[in-house]
Design a binder for this molecule. Structure first.
Ligand code: UDP
Length: 313
């Protein structure tokens, strides 16, 4: 199969490219490198089945005939999408429409990387796919939340009205090697700070929760969904929930660091709690995550050590 991955130079996109290549497919990665990095693809330099296209998918483009499009392009960490607010809106709206048009043109299947942010600061817990969310449409995070909600609407419209064979994955917090240490996410900040012996910056009182999925589990779930016939959104994430204080504890344990904690203000509209209900994915795909947080952090340790060292030198 010939596959197009938009955002393939990003953290998750690059792992997806690896997994697709490992399955024997040929992959074109389209990325404008706004937040993606060529380092994430350096190991594919001599791979004949892989091609990199420097392309902003918010502008009309045609990567040639493909059988499957995985639309992963978007700034995805709060720090990145707040810095690139307009680009985030563009790639979720125009970028999604461009990719859906391309899917229609070539009769390609299409999978949208959506997000747990569609649930906003959720009033239902854990979050099932049937929950419509609690999103502030004009808050700082809305550039990401609403563009992904628009992208989901666009995907369903192309499925219903243009007969494009689509899928939607709602991705929950994912971590692992290649997570950019400057992206401001909690795992990247804590790992970096712990390894440098700096205080771990806990926003608010650290009682807010997240559920962290190791990247290989996330990619396995996404691939399973891509092969299914499910068109409605499906949660893929790890349902084990941690407070941010518990997450800090896990990072200190795995890194062996004696860093202290430093409490900082909670960002506006920071969701209080987040945990996927994955019954649908379990039932439909026979998928569930296998790597717990401490094991995943251990698997990521070498990467974070070298990323921190590269930043120092
Ligand atoms: N967070 C924190 N310290 C940091 C970075 C993030 O306490 O240095 C908190 C943040 O306020 C949020 C959670 O960790 O409650 C997850 O934040 P992240 O930016 O990783 O992703 P989000 O799930 O909010 O998109």
């Amino acid at each position: 199969m010939h596959v197009l991955v938009t955002g393939g130079a990003g953290f998750l996109g690059s792992h997806l490219c690896d997994a697709l290549l490992a399955e024997g497919h040929s992959v074109v990665c389209a990325d404008n490198l706004l937040t993606g990095r060529m380092e994430n693809l350096a190991h594919l330099q001599h791979e004949p089945r892989f091609k990199f296209l420097e392309q902003d998918v918010s502008r009309p483009f045609d990567a040639g005939k493909v059988d499957y499009i995985f639309h992963f392009a978007s700034p995805a960490s709060p720090v990145d999408y707040l810095e690139h607010a307009i680009e985030t809106l563009q790639v979720g709206s125009l970028g999604s429409l461009n990719c859906l048009e391309l899917a229609q043109k070539y009769g390609a299947r299409f999978l949208l990387a959506s997000t747990s942010e569609c649930y906003g600061d959720p009033l239902e817990h854990p979050q099932k796919e049937t929950y419509w969310g609690h999103v502030n449409p004009v808050g700082p995070r809305s550039v990401y939340d609403e563009s992904k909600r628009f992208a989901e609407a666009a995907t369903m419209a192309y499925y219903r009205h243009r007969r494009v064979d689509t899928r939607i994955v709602r991705i929950f917090n994912t971590y692992g090697p290649r997570l950019q240490i400057s992206d401001g996410r909690v795992i990247s900040n804590f790992m970096k700070q712990a390894l440098r012996g700096e205080a771990l910056t806990v926003y608010g009182d650290g009682s807010q929760t997240r559920s962290f999925c190791y990247v290989s589990d996330e990619v396995a779930g996404i691939l399973a969904l891509s092969k299914s016939d499910e068109h409605e959104p499906t949660n893929i994430g790890n349902p084990v929930e941690f407070t941010i204080l518990e997450c800090a504890e896990a990072v200190l344990e795995v890194t062996g660091s004696s860093s202290k904690l430093r409490f900082e203000p909670l960002p506006q509209d920071d969701p209080r709690q987040r945990r996927p209900d994955i019954s649908k994915a379990k039932h439909l795909l026979g998928w569930e995550p296998t790597i717990d947080l401490r094991s995943g952090l251990r698997l990521s340790l070498d990467y974070f050590k070298s990323a921190v060292q590269a930043r120092l030198s």
